[in-house]
Design a protein around this ligand. Structure first.
Ligand code: FES
Length: 153
């Protein structure tokens, strides 16, 4: 990974009038572990959380990409879900169940940091990339304006 961007800090004044210094970072990785993702007792695969934490620390992302383990991100039927914020874009990934996929995600993040600009995921991650937000212009898939009718059993 290229050397980090120069440190950037911002002074922000809270509602109570106290000014705090904030590190400005390059990206954020949100790993869902909410009501469905990782809930093995409900039949969902486990989230490889230890691998996310291990690689985040060992590969030196800590000051550049924040790792957040979060509650439900919304698209539960696609568990396990991961969201990446980078370069003003949002990347949603589904079915992130295995340690090898964690490596692919950090390899992808490393490519983004090295390039200093957004590009959509390629390789195995491309098949797991989906639209969630109307402004997810870079993500694949065709939108419908109507909800699919519910099939009668
Ligand atoms: S619990 Fe992960 S998307 Fe809802």
């Amino acid at each position: 990974m290229n050397s980090p961007q120069p440190n950037r800090f911002l002074d922000v004044t809270r509602a109570d009038g106290v000014s705090r210094e904030l590190r400005v970072i390059e990206g954020q990785l949100l790993v869902c572990q909410g009501c469905c993702c990782g809930q093995t007792e409900h039949g969902f695969p486990a989230v490889p959380l230890d691998e996310f934490k291990r690689q985040w620390k060992e590969r030196g992302f800590r000051l550049r990409v924040h790792l957040t383990v979060t509650g439900c991100l919304g698209p539960c039927p696609l568990a396990n879900v991961v969201t990446i914020l980078f370069g003003g874009e949002t990347v949603w990934l589904h079915s992130i169940n295995a340690p090898e996929q964690v490596t692919e995600i950090f390899d992808y993040l490393e490519r983004l940091l090295d390039a200093g600009t957004f590009e959509p995921p390629t390789g195995p991650l491309a098949a797991l990339h989906f639209n969630r937000l109307v402004f997810d212009a870079a993500s694949p898939g065709e939108w419908r304006s109507e909800k699919r009718p519910v099939a009668k059993a």
